[in-house]
Design a binder for this molecule. Sequence first.
Ligand SMILES: [Zn+2]
Length: 89
Amino acid sequence: MERRQSPADIGAKNKATQLMSNAEKKIIYICKRCGSDQITFDATAYWDVEKQDFVLTSTQDASWCGGCDGEASVDEVEVEEKDFAEITA
Ligand SMILES: [Zn+2]
């Protein structure tokens, strides 16, 4: 039997959707060995005269961890804005 939504249900659902969209997701890279997020990647860039800045043309898989000062194997982790603040605090 189909359950009809009461106005309260709909309100709760809308609120949940709003909370979801407000929580901004960010991707961070974490070193599998030490858990540091001080990861740098090898990349190729060119100089854009108009922007007066470097523009990445590609990034390589090779990464370096500032935490253990060595080649890093990284995990890509999706976090919410508030989690991100806690991690970097
Ligand atoms: Zn590390």
